[in-house]
Design a protein around this ligand. Structure first.
Ligand SMILES: [Zn+2]
Length: 112
């Protein structure tokens, strides 16, 4: 074992322990948008000064082949969706870091 290996193994273990539970991950972007009903007399939708209704929240998910699926998210679910997206990003980041450590371990093993 080279002297670097115990340190690399320790960081790998530490990173793996930080891995969040993947059960609730979500992929995509959460967007918000105002909508206009255009009903006559609606004070939110008056021409050029109404701000519209909302915001409404939309989870936009790429389906490949330039196709995008958009799912309207009730405002009460916003935090849950944001948590799922954040969790996915954290897992991706940790996986990259662990793969980096494993690559260094491969290189150390070849030095023996
Ligand atoms: Zn309106």
């Amino acid at each position: 074992m080279t002297e670097k290996m115990p340190q690399l193994l320790r960081s790998r273990k530490r990173l793996a322990k930080q891995m969040p539970d993947p059960a609730t991950v979500l992929v995509g972007s959460l967007l918000s948008r105002m909508i206009h009903c255009y009903k006559p007399g609606c004070r939110y939708c008056q021409k050029n000064k109404g701000r519209g209704h909302g915001p409404i929240w939309i989870l936009s998910v790429s389906q490949g082949n330039r196709r995008v699926r958009q799912i309207t998210i009730p405002a009460a679910w916003r935090k849950e969706v944001e948590d799922g997206l954040r969790r996915h990003a954290e897992i991706q980041k940790l996986l990259k870091q662990i793969a980096g450590v494993n690559q260094a371990l491969l290189e150390e093993r070849k030095k023996r």
